[in-house]
Every structure is written in C-alpha cells, then in structure tokens.
Design a protein. Structure first.
Length: 317
C-alpha cells in the first residue's frame, strides 16, 4: 500500500442543498410521537441535532487525519459539471455566460468581467453530497395521522418552505476534514467494474479490505468510506451510466452504521444496488444511512486514480 494522500472534491459543487424531499412506505407504529419514534431522538447527539454524523469530526479527528498527508499529492474526486453528464430521471444542468460589463469595458483601466447563471437541481446532479433533509419516510403517528419524518424526527411540516429547508439544511453539516478509506470492491473481484445491479455484500467488503492489508478493525468512528465499483469509468457514457448500478445493500449499510462512520461514498449515481432485491423497497439504503443514522451520502465520485495508486487511506477534505 502506498503512502496516504490528500484528497479534495471541491471541483464539483458538492454543497448539496438537500431540497429533494423523498418519502417512502409508511411505518405503522401507533405509539410514536414527534418526541419519540423508531429512529428519534438521536441517542448520541440529542433531539435538536441537525449535524448528524458530521459531529464525529472532532478536533482530535481532524488532527489525526492531517497526519495522513505525507506526499502532498492531491486527487480530484468531483466530476466536472456540464450539460452532457449523466442525470437521474428528468434532472438537468445548464450554465450561461453573462458579460456583466455589457460587452464593453469600464474605467480608465478598461475592466471587463464575466459571471455565470446556473439552472439545475444543484444538490442532486453531478458529484453530490446528500444532506440530511434529502431522505425521509412517511410514518403513522399516535392518533393515526401520517407525517413525513426525516433524521432525528424532524417533520416536513417543520422543514418545508418555498425558499428551502428550515431544518436539516446543509449549513448544519460540519466541515468535512477526516480520514478517507477507499474500499476497492471492483479490484477485489478482479473486474474493471461490477455488473449492473450487483449487490455488494459484507463478505465483499471484508474481502476487499483484506486484499488492501486492512480489516474492519482499522475503520474508526468519523471515517469516510468510499466504495469503488468501477462505475465512474462510464461517466462519458450517460446511457450506460444511467442503467441500474451496482451498490451496497442494507446489510452493508448497517455494517457502516455499526462502524459509526461520518460519510459513505461511491462512484455511482444511486449509492445502493438498484433495483433493490426486495422489489417493494425504494432506496432503503438512503434511509438506513441518512434518515436513521445521520450518515452523509456522497455520490458520483471519481475513484479510479486513487485505486490505481493504491491510495487506500487519505486525508479527505
């Protein structure tokens, strides 16, 4: 294993404003209230917490992660935003250049300037960091009413506004400066990339770690784990990239939660195996990670160079 590296993913706008409010099948637990339910209040950070697993990035964690930057080499994990990139569903991206000096020049120094106008689901295209206001679940509350409930019990009634989220906005997430761990599943399988709809198992994860000279015991609270499936090699082939990607299932999501991670990422658009092997479930891994455990979800990353260099541990910023 080569020396640890420093990684950034700031080329793409990964601030992910988290405005998509997706809900899923109802949970019928008649005794739950706004104050207490199946996954809330958060036992680790309390009922008012909106930062989720980013709370695990403590000053001590930052100082420990900084020691991993031993060579100074940087890796760009973010894809470039452009109109030809792959999109999920009807999402889109467009950018127009505007000459803010009207095409002329200003002052004796003849100043000219440009700016851009962007139209997109900006937190849900390209390389994206899903915030905690992105995924929730419809549940039945005490008395029989249904509510859309998100991380730590925050409801859509509290959160929704025409101008954006009033709770669980990305501004509550603490800066990400932590140890990143690449788990190269495709490399472990001896493949350029995993086949469509392949579900990565816990056995795959442990096998890939062993191939890298690591084990589950090497993963610490607050780490960010990035799974390589080889899917980012299809970025310039939107039709193929948009097929049902490989991904982790609920077993690996729960394994990640047990490790008390800050973030889980991968090079595919869906994060999880699609379609789910249990046909009546829709994006349950998103729910398990974010909604129930406050773990951030990083999608559409570039991991090929990290894998080529066998940079399995690195400073992630």
């Amino acid at each position: 294993m080569k020396g640890a590296q420093m990684v950034t993913f700031n080329r793409a706008i990964v601030c992910a404003f988290s405005v998509a409010l997706t809900v899923f099948a109802s949970v019928s637990v008649s005794a739950q209230t706004r104050q207490s339910g199946p996954w809330w209040p958060n036992a680790e950070w309390g009922p008012e917490d909106q930062a989720g697993a980013s709370n695990r990035i403590t000053p001590e964690k930052v100082l420990s992660a900084l020691k991993l930057a031993t060579t100074g080499k940087m890796y760009e994990l973010g894809q470039i935003y452009e109109q030809t990139m792959p999109f999920f569903g009807s999402r889109s991206y467009s950018m127009a250049l505007v000459k803010i000096t009207g095409g002329g020049a200003l002052g004796a120094n003849r100043l000219v300037a440009n700016e851009e106008v962007v139209s997109a689901q900006i937190g849900q295209v390209g390389t994206q960091l899903d915030g905690l206001g992105h995924i929730g679940q419809e549940v039945t509350m005490q008395g029989g009413a249904t509510e859309q409930v998100f991380y730590n019990g925050f409801t859509a009634k509290e959160m929704d506004a025409p101008t954006g989220l009033q709770k669980l906005g990305i501004e509550h997430i603490k800066p990400i400066v932590t140890r990143g761990i690449l788990i190269d599943i495709a490399g472990y399988k001896g493949m350029m990339r995993l086949p469509a709809s392949y579900e990565v198992s816990v056995e795959d994860v442990l096998g890939a770690l062993a191939r890298q000279g690591m084990s589950a015991a090497d993963i610490a609270p607050g780490d960010a784990v990035l799974f390589r499936f080889g899917w980012s090699s299809l970025w310039t082939e939107p039709a193929t990239h948009g097929m049902n990607p490989p991904g982790i299932g609920l077993a690996v999501a729960r394994w990640a939660a047990e490790r008390r991670l800050t973030m889980v990422g991968r090079g595919s658009w869906g994060s999880e195996v699609l379609p789910n092997p249990q046909a009546d479930l829709v994006f349950p891994v998103h729910q398990e990670l974010m909604q129930k455990n406050g773990i951030l979800n990083l999608e559409n990353t570039r991991l090929e160079e990290l894998a080529t260099d066998r940079a399995y541990q690195f400073l992630l910023i």
